[in-house]
Design a protein around this ligand. Structure first.
Ligand code: PMP
Length: 502
């Protein structure tokens, strides 16, 4: 009815021979006034209304109505037939599947214990939540703010990171605030990568790196992290390294950038100073940019240290360092991130930002700035969230290691971040009833486990290029930034499962 009223409003009336009448009559819907010709104007308007008409028909739900094709009656082309106009741009060709979309949906069932997506279910710090709740009461905080980053936030970030870089960071020219670290990756890649450029990506990799490079017209060039043999000893993320010669062989005159991720998702590897020096030397030798994704910078466990490659000699001028409020304060839903680097790099990220999302949410930025100040003032104290969070998470990591060990799943102990990957092939799950047999083992395993054991995880082959997927398909990734009760529930499932096996 709404659609009819709308059409009547727009067209005034239509004749019995008009296209509109032909659409409506078979449905038993008769427009009242009938004196409008099938003029060009009418056809034009009708083309625009065809979507609405078709949607409405579907919504009516009746079988008969669903079989009526308005486009056939009118002889006008509609959505599917106007294929050349509605076809996707080449740059997104083949990029439609996404592990988060697929597996987050599966884990949405409330009876599933979700150790999949990196989504904390622990409470963010009270002061962080309080800051945000108070800010909404200030009128000006509900309006647009500076596009490249709310001033109080870029100032707080400049003060925080100035301590680590041991240099003054210009808050307006050397920082840009983005929609999550995703936004920073997007801005950096769109700002620099073009047709013909190669970008070195380490495997496994955070899954969006490859598609983002392809979308910009570049080619990801993959280099594997490989594990040394551990001969029955504890398997650690530090056992996974790059072969310096193999890495060097990937650099050539087309290499525009390398993407580094430390602490690493999904392995939990924290790159050592020596490892970073190898990367820095190659970047300098081949005059290459470094996009350093450091979203887990604060989450590093006992005995390990996070180094910023941008602080290495000769690296500041070629490095974009990326951070995330979501990881810093366990508020992934805030979707605020930032890039830090020299003005000659950051200005191009600012250009992409101003021509895409323009500005991030003001209240979130102000709350983040105020929360950062709380912790900037107590950086050396145990209460500082940057110190207390890794401490809390280390206990959860150790618990996960014990649990996975006891079930015989050979975990790779992470030195940083809040994920742990484990070889699940020992659980010997019977996946014969999984429909899509062409999927990698880990995809089928996680789907099977979510459905049958009510426990979710993320398949590790999602973090790999096609050529090496098979080497990682026995691994799944569990997220452990979870309440003890959530981990209790996971423990119960895994223990019951492994006792059934033995
Ligand atoms: N990089 C890495 C390595 C990540 O793990 C994530 C989030 N899981 C991101 C970037 C994106 O972070 P954000 O939620 O801030 O966009």
């Amino acid at each position: 009815m709404l659609l009819l009223c709308y059409l009547r409003e727009e067209l005034g009336s239509c004749s019995f021979h008009s296209p509109l009448y032909k659409v409506l009559a078979p449905l038993g819907l008769r427009p009242s006034c009938c004196n409008l010709n099938t003029s060009q104007t009418c056809c034009c308007l009708l083309r625009n209304f065809m979507f609405l008409a078709q949607r409405s028909l579907c919504n009516l739900g009746s079988k008969v109505l669903r079989t009526v094709s308005a486009s056939k009656i009118l002889g006008l082309s509609t959505s599917t037939e106007m294929s050349s106009k509605f076809k996707n741009a080449k740059r997104i060709e083949g990029l439609d599947s996404n592990v988060w979309v697929e597996f987050t949906q599966l884990a949405a069932d409330p009876t599933v214990v979700n150790l999949g997506q990196g989504l904390p279910d622990i409470s963010p710090p009270e002061y962080v939540k309080e800051k945000l709740s108070k800010i909404a009461a200030v009128d000006s905080m509900n309006q647009y703010t500076r596009g490249f980053g709310h001033l109080s936030l870029v100032k707080a970030l400049s003060c925080l990171y100035g301590k680590f870089y041991q240099k003054q960071i210009n808050p307006t020219e050397e920082i840009v605030v983005t929609v999550g670290a995703y936004g920073s990756l997007f801005n950096a890649i769109q700002g620099f990568i073009e047709e013909g450029d190669e970008v070195i990506v380490m495997v496994p990799f955070y899954d969006c790196y490859g598609p983002m490079v392809s979308m910009a017209g570049g080619t990801p060039v993959f280099v594997p992290l490989r594990s040394k043999p551990v001969d029955g000893k504890r398997w650690c993320s530090s056992d996974w390294t790059l072969d310096p010669q193999e890495l060097a062989s990937k650099f050539n005159s087309k290499t525009k950038a390398i993407i580094l991720n430390t602490p690493h998702n999904p392995l939990g590897k924290v790159f050592t100073r020596e490892e970073l020096q190898v990367i820095a030397d190659l970047c300098i030798k081949h005059d290459t940019l470094c996009i350093s994704d450091e979203v887990y910078e604060w989450i590093v466990y006992t005995g390990k240290k996070h180094f910023k490659i941008a602080t290495f000699p000769g690296m500041w001028e070629r490095t974009i360092t990326i951070g995330s409020a979501g990881k810093t304060f366990s508020v992934t839903g805030w979707k605020l991130g930032w890039s830090i680097g020299p003005k000659h790099l950051i200005k191009h990220l600012q250009t992409v930002n101003q021509n895409s999302i323009f500005a991030c949410a003001t209240p979130l930025q102000e709350a983040l700035a105020q929360a950062l100040w709380v912790d900037i003032k107590r950086m050396d104290e145990p209460e500082c969230y940057f110190n207390s969070l890794p401490k809390e998470l280390e206990g959860k990591r150790d618990r996960m290691v014990r649990l996975l060990d006891s079930a015989g799943l050979r975990p790779i102990v992470p030195d940083g971040g809040y994920f742990i990957i484990a070889d699940v092939s020992l659980l010997d799950a019977d996946l014969s009833d999984m429909k899509d047999s062409s999927e990698p083992y880990d995809y089928k395993f996680v789907k099977w486990m979510t459905k049958n054991k009510k426990l979710s995880a993320i398949p590790v082959s999602a973090f790999c290029n096609a050529e090496v997927k098979s080497q990682f398909e026995k691994f799944v990734r569990f997220c452990f930034i979870k309440k003890d009760t959530t981990l209790d529930a996971a423990e119960e499932i895994i223990k019951a499962w492994s006792s059934q096996k033995s």
